[in-house]
Design a protein around this ligand. Structure first.
Ligand code: NDP
Ligand code: 2IT
Length: 448
């Protein structure tokens, strides 16, 4: 849907002028602004209060030096950042990404998406994101620890249990959260819920590790139910082999699907009889090795160099769960040609805009990231609730809450899509449902 509303267009023009080099951020803003046009037309109060002008500009952006010493004794310097995007609904909340591609355009796209995603969860969380252009591949535990300690030595002054609560994202998992938490405590003497994804013995929540993958499957299950389908007997392709991909595999298998392919940034593995999750977990979670090595254990599987080819594998349901813009229009056309009926974005913005549009136009049930992968941050919200209570809930109780949040997010998207004239379009519906709550809170809180 192109931008036709002149107010929306003027907001986009200013955003582009202010952020000319930030392609990913502009991509995320464009998609949201396009979806919001019918809301803006129906509710002039949003324009009167300057909501769009405010919502595309982060409340605060901190960029800092992260110096550390490698195992050879050499000084290394990375760039760290935390972007505190919007606090209308609660403390800033969102992950930290360590990847060489990190720059403000990536962290801003993620922080911007996070505003609407967190709103959809129904929990009290604003939107933020952080990261560094650090490459953890090939680094020792000691190097990762020193890097995390240096990162937190600046970050600690900007976060707080009621101010900003970071978590994991690409290359930030249990190990990194531990090192970051330890350094925060050392600097402040406070044992507080300032991060989520913590270890289970020191304030973490059951289900947080599994939550994004499980949530993406629960969400997709709702999309399948809406078309009178289920996972039973379905062939599934999951890209990535990290946190989100692994627990997507686990849950989808439990519900009767068969995952035939997974990947990492070097290439993908395919086995028509199904990918063995124990081997993937050992390789990725314990040994930190490449997915290619899977074939040493399972000679029936085939490894192919390069990521894009994974979408040529025929499947009923696809879970792009690695990174942004990993699935383009050509891949979308191939998936549709091969009979794919549903796509659930485990990653943030993994489908290019023309790929997403192609899915919607061709009757593929399409779950946009800010809805489909909201289970991770939702369970982070549950971790914060448990920390505030100084309690820990059971796996079953937490998983049940996660499930009902995902069902609700799907319903909110459906209802808003219907109300604003594009029934079944969960991109529009989720953007609108997420936006309206934030916009109303911003109006109530005045011009800040
Ligand atoms: P992990 O670091 O655990 O795994 C990332 C996976 O994606 C790895 O297999 C990695 O391969 C692959 N990958 C990363 N970058 C690229 C790239 N540039 N090209 C191809 N493959 C790549 O991260 P997560 O599983 O946590 O995150 C995956 C996605 O899910 C991200 O988009 C993240 O923002 C999103 N997400 C994560 C949530 C969470 O709770 N963790 C919550 C919601 C969304 P390699 O090992 O080779 O780098
Ligand atoms: O993109 C995301 O939602 C995350 N990386 C999880 C954020 C969180 O605070 O749990």
């Amino acid at each position: 849907m192109p931008i036709t509303n002149s107010y929306v267009q003027s907001v986009y023009d200013v955003t582009k002028q202010r952020n000319p080099e930030q392609a990913e951020f502009l991509q995320a803003v464009t998609e949201v602004l396009e979806s919001l046009q019918p809301v803006i037309e129906k509710h002039p109060e949003y324009q009167e209060a300057g909501i769009l002008e405010r919502i595309v500009e982060p409340e605060r952006q901190v960029i800092f030096r992260v110096p550390w010493v490698d195992d050879q004794g050499k000084v290394q310097v990375n760039r760290g950042m935390r972007i505190q995007f919007n606090s209308a609904l609660g403390p800033y909340k969102g992950g930290i990404r360590f990847h060489p591609t990190v720059y403000p355009g990536i962290i801003k796209f993620l922080g911007f998406e996070q505003i609407f995603k967190n709103s959809l969860t129904g929990l009290m969380m604003g939107g933020g994101k952080g990261g560094a252009d650090f490459e953890p591949k090939g680094k020792s535990d000691g190097e990762v620890m020193r890097f995390c300690q240096s990162f937190m030595t600046e970050l600690y002054r900007h976060i707080g249990a009621d101010a900003d609560v970071p978590a994991g994202d690409i290359n930030v998992g249990g190990r990194e959260i531990g090192y970051l938490f330890g350094q925060y405590k050392r600097l402040t003497k406070q044992f507080e819920g300032i991060l989520t994804g913590k270890g289970l013995d020191w304030g973490g929540s059951l289900v947080r590790t599994e939550a994004t993958g499980y949530g993406s499957v629960y969400y997709c299950d709702e999309m399948l139910k809406a078309r009178k389908e289920s996972f039973d007997g379905k062939t599934i392709v999951v890209s990535g082999s990290g946190n989100v991909a692994i627990y997507t595999h686990q849950k989808v298998t439990e519900l009767g699907g068969k995952v035939v392919a997974m990947s990492d940034s070097n290439g993908y593995i395919y086995d028509k009889d199904g990918i063995n999750l124990d081997t993937v977990q050992l390789l990725k979670e314990v040994q930190r090795k490449r997915i290619k090595e899977y074939c040493n254990e399972h000679p029936s599987a085939k490894y192919t160099e390069g990521c894009k080819g994974i979408w040529n594998i025929p499947c009923d349901v696809a879970f792009p769960s690695a990174t942004q813009n990993e699935l383009d229009k050509e891949s979308a056309q191939t998936l549709v040609k091969n009979g794919c009926i549903a796509v659930s974005e485990g990653a943030n913005m993994p489908c290019t805009p023309d790929a997403a549009e192609f899915f919607v136009k061709n009757n593929v049930s399409f779950g946009p990231g800010k809805a489909a992968n909201a289970g991770g941050v939702a369970t982070s919200g549950l971790e914060m609730a448990q920390n505030s209570q100084r309690m820990a809930w059971s796996f079953e109780e937490t998983d049940k809450k996660l499930q009902s949040i995902m069902v609700n997010i799907h319903q909110l998207g459906q209802e808003a899509a219907e109300e604003y004239g594009t029934p079944g379009n969960l991109i529009n519906g989720s953007n609108i449902a997420g936006f309206v709550k934030v916009a109303n809170a911003m109006i109530a809180q005045g011009v800040v």
